[in-house]
Design a protein around this ligand. Structure first.
Ligand SMILES: Cc1ncc(COP(=O)(O)O)c(C=O)c1O
Length: 393
């Protein structure tokens, strides 16, 4: 069948993480591996009640095709969310997508030709790079430190590779958990203007904040020449099964994304959008966000305290001031990927960091998600992990 595949399909790469996640369904294994939100945060009964109601009372909308741009009242709500993040826009500037993952695919389809260069953070979200790889784009990695993208690295790689796009996750990045500082965001935009490339700002974690004073104001709030394509999502604050994300970008680009979306799925699921619309219109999103924050804040504190206890002076890790992950850097000679089988047989799982680095680095890193396990299992899991890494009890 190979001979029937398109050139792009010949470059398809299965996700290293998804393949790996399948291995860890054993309940005796404490898992820091999966990247999904906890189902305990879903307002399940409320969603069930709203779903029943919209199906019965608004079937001509909820069970019908809808506008490609999205349900108008939901687009207006989303525009309000964006304004609260510093982005000037109205409902007419929003395109609802089937999760922000679809936004990445539509952007890649619309902007990338084979061989075009996309700059990505080292490390970066694998779903982002998959969307670019399926269009046969080339990835070039840009260094990060604790403040986010390192401007000197960005300028150097941009000068060398002439990129079309930069893909960045400034708020509590997946997988590193880092928050990019505001001065760095300004620098990134300055360099983007100098080298004339577009910026995808992917922001699914901006509302998951656990500390006071974290400045999550969108990079797009500084976007004077409209080069930032801003992506948001309800997945991490409400429920990812509802597949509701969005794009806000320059009108000329939005018109093209809309055509790409017509070809992809005509419109995003109207039942999903109707449920999210009813929920948000009833004013329930802010208290839901507070609940979700409180839920993860505690788990994050437990994980950081356990790391302090068992990893101190042996590794470094990011503070996870928001989001779902902390990213651990071990001594140079430890290969986190090679240790996975031993960890799993000792009852603890994590995701090795290397697949998140497009340049083949990061062998001594790992991503730990604190969403899934309870406090007791988080403590136990970190202790087990220390035993595997350093042969200690
Ligand atoms: C950085 C990033 N972008 C996009 C997505 C996809 O989210 P959605 O459910 O909105 O498609 C994820 C999901 O984990 C993510 O971590």
């Amino acid at each position: 069948m190979e001979r029937f595949l398109s050139r792009d399909a010949q470059n398809f790469r299965p996700s290293a993480i998804r393949a790996f996640a399948k291995l860890i369904n054993d309940p005796t294994v404490i898992s820091f591996a999966g990247g999904s939100p906890s189902p305990e945060t879903f307002p399940t009964e409320r969603i069930a009640e709203i779903a029943g109601r919209v199906i019965r009372e608004r079937s001509s909308v909820a069970l019908q095709y809808g506008p490609t741009r999205g349900l108008p009242r939901l687009c207006d709500f989303v525009a309000g969310v964006c304004r609260s993040r510093g982005i000037e826009c109205s409902g007419a500037d929003v395109l609802m997508t089937t999760g922000s993952q679809q936004a990445l695919d539509l952007i890649a389809h619309t902007l990338l030709d084979p061989g075009d260069v996309v700059l990505v953070e080292l490390p970066t979200y694998i779903g982002g790079t998959s969307s670019f790889y399926v269009r046969s784009a080339e990835m070039a990695g840009v260094a990060q430190d604790d403040d986010g993208i390192v401007p000197e690295s960005l300028a150097e790689v941009a000068a060398r590779t002439k990129p079309k796009l930069l893909y960045t996750i400034p708020n509590f990045q997946n997988p590193s958990g880092r928050l990019m500082t505001q001065p760095r965001r300004a620098e990134v935009l300055r360099i983007a203007a100098e080298h004339d490339f577009l910026v995808i700002e992917d922001d699914p974690y901006g509302e998951l904040v656990y500390v006071a004073g974290a400045d999550t104001l969108a990079m797009k709030s500084r976007d004077v020449d409209d080069r930032v394509i801003y992506l948001g999502s309800f997945s991490k604050v409400l429920a990812p099964g509802l597949r509701c994300g969005w794009i806000v970008a320059a009108p000329e680009l939005m018109a093209k994304f809309e055509i790409a979306k017509q070809a992809a799925d005509l419109c995003s699921g109207m039942l999903d959008q109707s449920i999210v619309d009813e929920f948000t219109n009833a004013g329930e999103l802010p208290p839901q966000i507070e609940k979700v924050r409180a839920f993860y804040r505690e788990k994050r504190a437990t994980m950081l305290a356990s790391l302090d206890e068992h990893f101190y002076a042996r590794a470094t890790w990011t503070p996870a001031d928001g989001g779902l992950f902390t990213f651990v850097t071990l001594a140079d000679d430890i290969d986190a990927g090679a240790l996975v089988p031993r960890a799993v047989s000792n009852g603890v799982a994590y995701v090795p960091g290397a697949p998140f680095f497009v340049d083949g680095s990061g062998r001594n890193t790992m991503r730990l998600a604190f969403a899934k396990e309870n406090d007791e299992r988080i403590r136990e899991g970190i202790e087990r992990l220390a035993a595997v890494l350093w042969h200690v009890d």
